[in-house]
Design a binder for this molecule. Structure first.
Ligand code: GLY
Length: 352
């Protein structure tokens, strides 16, 4: 897989597509990216000639029905194993489009162009694809690596603050997995004043993507080391699901940020993660991310949600934790009482 971080997306994409012959090119967009992002690529002749498939935006539409709609277009318009599906959008496009491509004729090549920071640093890179099913997120899916990912920060300049913060939480997670100097860079970026510092953002983005690529390359099928990328996600996914059920949906990365507070607390208790680092990172998250109150009467329900996590084995809830910044521990089982204690810590720290 080739990842290209570029300031001249049209030129580089055009050159790449000219050098790689495909019999047909399809572009998957959603209603938003068709209007706002597809026009940016109008100068790329192969994209101008491509068949555009448009799906409804939003994670709720990452469904079997939309998957079947994509398969139908690919089939009716005679996509073959020599065709290419370009996924232009957020995580929804690369997840659903990637899964459609993984399964259509047992494998069509894909190229991802993420249009959100979250997709650029996470979903578009690493080959995880899938749809929601039976009320569960990403319940059905496949590993199917794109042949290339083209990242242009042009798309992120117009992101609203919440969507920016959501992607930034994954960058914070990558920094925690990498080491102290990357973490210092992420924590010292002023999310109020530095947002126009595109050069610095691009540099941090490139480093973040390369951290994920390095981990995925070592363990593409998530047998061991890749599980570290789930740091913050066991509690984070559960908070995200609860926020949806409550009708007060949190963006994925905003829920992961709160999950990080809990899981770093668990790391401190079980793996010796330094308390000073826990306080610094929890302080950064408290300063920037919206809180989400979860009364202790709901801790049991939240724990039940954690039991649905894909990386669990049997009934035990499995965590990725940190012994130090840059030193992950995977497959850590944690007692329910400590998970609840971490939720108490989060609540007290945030003053909820
Ligand atoms: N989002 C975590 C991973 O790609 O493994």
């Amino acid at each position: 897989m080739k990842t290209i971080i570029t300031a001249s997306l049209s030129d580089e994409l055009g050159a790449y597509l000219s050098a790689t012959p495909f019999d047909r090119i399809f572009v998957l967009t959603d209603t938003n990216t068709r209007e706002h992002c597809l026009p940016v690529l109008r100068n790329v002749p192969q994209i101008a000639d491509a068949r555009v498939i448009c799906i409804a935006a939003g994670d709720l539409n990452k469904s079997l029905r939309q998957l079947s709609d994509v398969w139908t277009v690919l089939s009716n318009d005679r996509a073959t194993r020599h065709s290419l599906l370009v996924n232009l959008g957020g995580g929804m496009a690369s997840d659903l489009g990637g899964f459609a491509a993984a399964t259509f004729k047992r494998g069509l090549r894909t190229l991802n162009i993420p249009t959100t920071l979250m997709a650029a640093v996470d979903a578009a890179v690493g080959g995880k694809t899938g749809i929601n099913f039976n009320g569960l997120k990403n319940e059905v899916g496949a590993f199917h690596s794109p042949i290339a990912v083209f990242i242009s920060s042009l798309f992120f300049r117009t992101l609203d603050r919440s969507n920016f913060l959501s992607g930034y939480a994954e960058m914070l997670k990558h920094a925690l997995l990498e080491g102290d100097s990357t973490l210092a860079d992420i924590l010292s970026f002023d999310l109020d004043k530095d947002l126009q510092d595109y050069a610095r953002l691009n540099r941090m983005l490139a480093e973040s993507v390369s951290i994920k690529e390095k981990i995925v390359e070592a363990d593409p099928l998530e047998k061991s080391a890749r599980k570290a990328l789930n740091l913050g996600h066991t509690v984070g996914h559960a908070i995200e699901s609860m926020s949806f059920a409550d009708g007060r949906p949190l963006l994925h990365g905003c829920a992961v940020a709160l999950g990080l507070v809990c899981e770093l607390y668990i790391s401190f208790k079980n793996c010796g993660f330094p308390s000073s680092k826990l306080m610094d990172i929890a302080g950064f998250i408290k300063a920037h991310y919206p809180p989400y109150a979860i009364g202790c009467s709901r801790y049991g329900a939240l724990y039940e949600l954690m039991r649905h996590d894909k990386k669990n084995r049997g009934d035990a809830v499995s965590f990725a934790l940190l012994a130090q910044v840059g030193q992950a521990r995977v497959d850590e089982s944690v007692a329910q009482a400590l998970v609840e204690e971490s939720l108490d810590f989060y609540h007290d720290f945030f003053g909820l």
